[in-house]
Every structure is written in C-alpha cells, then in structure tokens.
Design a protein around this ligand. Structure first.
Ligand code: GTQ
Length: 347
C-alpha cells in the first residue's frame, strides 16, 4: 500500500488562492492520479460498434448531408470513456466510418495525422494518394500517411463505406494537427503496387528505388487473405496466424505511430493475448468472432468494430466451428515502442 498523501483541502485557503494566482499547483494532492501505482489509469473503455446498428445511421447521413457540406461524411466511433466530444477510440486512435455515394468526390487535402482506410462495403471507389489511384475493395488497406495528398472518389453504383483509422488524438494532443486543402490530383501511372509486386524482390536502387517514406500505399485484401490461409496451412494449431502491414523497403511498421495487422482465427480457435501496454482495435473482415476484455464480451459480426484498453488481456475466439475468421487489428505498438513504454505483462 502506498502511504496516503496530503489533500488539497488540508492546505489553508489563502495559500491555495495565492498558488493559483501565481499559476502554481502543489503536486502531492494529485501525485497518485498522474502516477498511479503499478497500473496506469485508462479512460479507454471496451466498446463494441455493431455495423448493423451503425449502417442505417450512416446511410441517413448520406440523405441528410451532401458531400459538399461534409467534405468527409464520417460517423466517428467515439469511446465514451474519453467523452464523445473528444472523438477518440483510445488515447492515440481515432476511428470513423466514412460513406461515399456514387459519383461523389471528397476533395484533395493533406494533413499531419496519419490515416489508413479499411474498406468495409461497396465497389467502385478509389483513393488517390500523391497521384497513385488506389482501388478500394472489401478488406483492402490503403495508407494516407502524414503529409501526403489524398482524395476519395466513387465511380460505382452503390454506397461505399470504409473504416478510417487515424492517430489524430495523439497528433492533436501534440498541438500538431492541421490540414491543407488542395486541388484535384493528376493521376500518375507509376504505382507502389507495381514496384512492390512480390515479397522477396525489391526494385534495385540504381534507377528505381523510390526513397519515398511510404513506398506502398495499397495492400489488397485478396493477397493478404491468401497469405494468411497459406500460413495457417503450414503452421501448428496453437500458433497465432497473423501478418503485420509493413513498409516493404524497410520492414518497419507501415506507419510510425499506429500498427496494423491481419489475423486468421482457425476454426474453433481461442487465442489468449497477454496484457500489453498499447490499446487495440479489432474489426471483423470475415466470419464470426468473440472478443473478451476487462469483463466485457463482444460478439463480432462482419464489419463490426471494437476497442480494448491497454494493460488488459484479450481473448479472441472464432465462433465458426468449420471456417476461419479474419480480423483486422490496429494498435498503438509502434508509438509505445518508440517512446520506450511498450510492455507485455504475464505473457
Ligand atoms: O478521409 O481524409 O475520418 O481527413 C477524418 C479526417 C477521414 C479523410 C476522417 C479525414 C479523413
């Protein structure tokens, strides 16, 4: 037990008032709040956003608000633990479901926060990033990293929905979040998907090495899914079958602050993840899965999303007895590792 410390009320009122007038604060009444013993205080609560409940509200937004009045037509998945107005899923993660209707265009801009798009529904939309036109198909991951121009368009004939994951809360907290509006981009024929066609071969530096901080912007789901199935076929039943979205040039995480992963849960598999410092987000791409964290138990249907605070063990169960389930995961690991605060407990 930590010894109890003096309270603010224990101090004479005139002394407190003088401190306030001088912009001074006594530490000891707040010391346990900012440095809680052994386990950090976490505002992030376990929360489940069911797509079935969210989708009609997003479609309603499509009727209520034209794209010109929204620029980005997004319903934010806000964690009540942080206060809805903060628009945070966790300390560093922002989640939004974005709707683009046929023929609409979300104009070009660039901003300091990093974003990724996980395509949830619909065909025919695209995101152009620094002149590279990235098709958006279900399960594709598209990066729009810090500082890169991006705009979204839609040539299909049905609504397209995707999940935005940004490090906006962190960058905003740093007082470094801002946007620059731009003009429609010219699409260039060169594409990271061409230069990084296959793992194991890289463009030779002599002529073609890009020197771009983000050489690959689209990770097609068809290929990630295939890779997971192959990994599952060639590993033992107890191993977690997971891939990390990386920068193919460096092998480092695809972005600097948040980490992105795709997980295959084998038929009937239960995966016990140890408590780790970063918060996590789980989004079900395909199948049926249960997520248990901090006394909560969520059943994820396809396109459902939930979040889990850091420092809590998480149990994932594939509810399909005879088919794999596929989970997209975002977490704060790259940030925690870079800051030196990453930890795993009791694993
Ligand atoms: O599509 O560029 O959910 O700038 C929030 C901010 C999406 C976007 C969001 C953004 C975008």
């Amino acid at each position: 037990m930590e010894p109890e410390l003096g309270r603010l009320e224990d101090l004479p009122a005139d002394y407190r008032e003088t401190l306030t007038a001088r912009h001074l604060v006594p530490l000891w009444p707040s010391l346990r709040a900012v440095l809680p013993p052994h386990v950090p205080a976490r505002r992030t609560q376990p929360v489940h956003w069911a797509y079935a409940a969210l989708r009609p509200l997003l479609m309603r937004a499509g009727e209520l608000t034209p794209i010109e009045k929204a620029e980005r037509r997004v319903l934010v998945l806000a964690n009540p633990g942080h206060g809805l107005e903060k628009m945070q899923a966790s300390a560093a993660m922002y989640l939004g479901m974005q709707l683009l209707l046929p023929g609409e265009w979300a104009p070009s801009h660039r901003h300091t926060p990093n974003a990724v798009r996980m395509v949830v529904e619909g065909e025919g939309a695209w995101t152009t990033v620094e002149g590279e036109k990235c098709l958006m198909q279900r399960g594709d991951l598209i990066l729009t990293p810090t500082g890169l121009w991006h705009e979204h368009g839609h040539d299909g004939d049905a609504p397209v929905v995707w999940l935005d994951v940004l490090d906006l809360p962190l960058v905003y907290y740093m007082e470094a979040s801002y946007v620059v509006p731009g003009a429609r981009q010219a699409v260039r024929p060169e594409h990271g998907e061409h230069r990084w066609r296959r793992a194991g071969i890289a463009p030779s530096p002599v002529f073609t090495r890009s020197d771009k901080p983000f050489p690959l912007l689209r990770y097609p789901w068809a290929e990630v899914r295939e890779a997971l199935l192959q990994l599952a076929a060639e590993s033992s039943g107890d191993e977690a079958v997971q891939v990390t979205y990386v920068n193919p040039e460096t092998g480092a995480d695809a972005q600097a602050i948040l980490g992105f992963y795709a997980l295959l849960l084998r038929p009937g598999q239960t995966l016990a993840l140890p408590a780790r410092s970063p918060a996590q987000v789980f989004h079900l791409i395909e199948g049926s899965a249960r997520v248990e964290v901090a006394g909560q138990r969520f059943t994820l249907a396809p396109a459902d999303t939930c979040c889990a605070p850091g420092f809590e063990p998480v149990t994932l169960t594939n509810l399909h007895p005879d088919a794999p389930s596929f989970v997209f995961i975002a977490d704060e690991s790259p940030l925690h590792r870079k800051l030196g605060v990453y930890e795993v407990r009791g694993g």
